[in-house]
Design a protein. Structure first.
Length: 343
């Protein structure tokens, strides 16, 4: 099958990870895969996108301001003539709106259904059941819900010890950790306040990631005089090493459609403590513990105290349903189903 993915964002995060892993795995499965990227996503920096794509994936690059890049991407797709064009996030969806009848036009709902982005496309993939309710009846028959996946990345057995030593973290310190973009929706401000309020002996909070809210977060840590207890690690190219260095994974998100990072934390065997975001509510039966109300500093602090007192140990989660090969095959099967309907 000839497949084109469109991802015109500039930096690597959860939605970009999904698109990259989907493209790479489809290429491994012998499909002819092209990814259209914006030039800024191809820059020589750690959080760019291009260097994460397999050599088996063809890459086409567009440039310039948003609407010019969209026009270029449409032109490329007309030349490529794929069986399927799969959009990721808003600009990608805008590209496909001008290509009706050329190929099967699919989008993944990385956030939620948005009429202006998705209503004119041929088919949609929801990543969680809660997204389905907003999809109009005319599109429901061309929609499927497929869980996200985890692509197991092995970490060196000594990574936990080496990373802790490098950062001056003792082996017996209890590390509450989180990983992802630092932005308002992730609720890192609540997490820092809760950790300071809990005042757990011999514990540290580690926040791995970068983003628009980093300066505000640094100010909050300084204002709380928590610099010796809260480590802001910045963006990492080896997130799996960090996960294996944590004792507990904490999500304080105000909004999280699914949360690939939940799967990564579970793959690392971490106890998960989470606020009641949409994704956490969906995965809560696997976490094995109650969720914390969103934006509730005291409740999160109490939950951290309770978990610390229980001396958390590694957990073996049932991860079979999140196998990347099986889920990517489900995506391809969905393409084939919708191509038949389109013909």
């Amino acid at each position: 099958m000839k497949i084109v993915h469109i991802i015109l964002t500039h930096s690597f995060a959860g939605s970009e990870r999904y698109a990259v892993e989907l493209a790479n795995t489809q290429a491994e499965q012998q499909h002819q895969v092209t990814v259209i990227l914006h030039k800024r996503g191809c820059e020589q920096r750690a959080n760019a996108i291009r260097h994460r794509l397999s050599d088996k994936v063809q890459v086409q690059v567009v440039d310039g301001w948003k609407f010019f890049a969209i026009w270029q991407a449409r032109k490329l797709i007309r030349v490529l003539k794929p069986d399927v064009a799969h959009a990721h996030l808003s600009a990608g969806c805008r590209v496909l709106q001008g290509l009706k009848g050329l190929c099967l036009r699919v989008a993944t709902l990385h956030i939620c259904y948005k009429k202006q982005q998705h209503a004119k496309l041929d088919a949609l993939i929801a990543i969680a059941p809660w997204q389905l309710d907003a999809i109009p009846a005319s599109l429901q028959q061309h929609c499927i819900q497929l869980d996200n996946w985890t692509n197991t990345q092995l970490t060196a057995p000594a990574a936990k010890t080496e990373l802790r030593q490098k950062l001056g973290l003792a082996e017996n310190e209890l590390i509450f950790g989180t990983l992802g973009r630092v932005e308002a929706t992730k609720g890192h401000d609540v997490l820092v306040q809760a950790f300071v309020k809990a005042n757990i002996p011999n514990a540290r909070l580690v926040i791995v990631g970068d983003g628009k809210a980093m300066l505000e977060l640094k100010k909050l840590v300084n204002d709380k005089l928590a610099g010796d207890k809260v480590l802001l690690a910045g963006f990492s190219t080896t997130p799996q090493d960090w996960l294996y260095s944590f004792d507990v994974f904490v999500s304080s998100a105000r909004y999280e459609p699914f949360g690939l990072v939940f799967l990564e934390a579970m793959q690392a065997g971490l106890p998960v403590l989470a606020t009641a975001s949409q994704g956490a509510q969906y995965l809560q039966p696997l976490f094995g513990r109650d969720l914390v109300p969103v934006d509730d500093v005291e409740a999160l602090a109490n939950a951290m105290l309770t978990l610390a007192a229980a001396k958390p140990e590694k957990i073996t989660y049932p991860m079979q349903r999140f196998d990347i090969q099986a889920r990517v095959q489900d995506v391809v099967d969905f393409y084939q189903r919708e191509l038949v309907k389109l013909s």
